[in-house]
Write a protein that binds this ligand. Structure first.
Ligand code: PNS
Length: 198
């Protein structure tokens, strides 16, 4: 019910006690303190990141522009046998995203949707480089939607120059002596070299 709109105090009906009016005005101004801002959108960008590439970084930068907070999440128990340990991948991603104020990096285990709920995030960010990515991503997004209908998956495209880039190709090219300069951040090149030297 709308509050009585009166041009002057003289117009307020004398049947409405002033104390009632004060409470009505106060309650219309008072908003409960809510630490989770309903207008804040947090997204999780999950992946294996073994290792992270400039394509991943490009997507992180794009995601950081549209989400209030972007949390990059490295899957801990992947079935793939990784080149880098989870702490190494965490370190590289943290270093490469330093300076991106609304980006943080973490790890997760188990179902992605459970992690997203724990984080109170609203969206999952995934990159689509080419049509070939689509089927796998589509399946994953729909399975995640079945498990967590409230969750949205948002797809973004990295810059065209990274459309052929993958962690798998980076590892293969490097292992066979090819240059991966410009395809991965410097910290990843250093770690790759250290891996070969060690
Ligand atoms: O970089 P990747 O390997 O393409 O990332 C895949 C990832 C980590 C996003 C996906 O495997 C995942 O979410 N794994 C967690 C387990 C899970 O929730 N599985 C069901 C997905 S529908």
């Amino acid at each position: 019910m709308a509050s009585p709109s009166c041009a002057t105090w003289a117009e307020i009906p004398c049947c409405i006690p002033p104390i009632f009016l004060c409470r009505r005005i106060a309650s219309s101004l008072w908003q409960p303190y809510n630490p989770v801002d309903v207008n804040t959108v947090k997204a999780i960008y999950p992946g294996t990141f073994d290792p992270m590439t400039n394509g991943h970084l490009d997507l992180i930068a794009r995601g950081a522009k549209i989400f209030d907070h972007l949390r990059v999440a490295i899957l801990k128990n992947s079935e793939k046998s990784p080149l880098f340990t989870v702490p190494e991948r965490l370190e590289m991603l943290t270093e490469a995203t330093r300076g991106m104020d609304n980006v943080s990096v973490t790890t997760f285990d188990g179902l992605l949707v459970d992690f997203v709920r724990t984080e109170q995030a609203q969206a999952v960010l995934r990159g689509i480089r080419a049509i070939s990515d689509y089927e796998y991503e589509f399946q994953m997004a729909l399975m995640n939607r079945r498990l967590a209908p409230e969750l949205e998956t948002v797809f973004m495209m990295p810059a065209e120059k990274y459309s052929y880039l993958s962690s798998r190709l980076v590892k293969e090219v490097f292992r066979l002596g090819g240059s991966v300069e410009g395809l991965v951040p410097t910290i990843v090149i250093e770690r790759l070299r250290a891996r070969v030297a060690g």
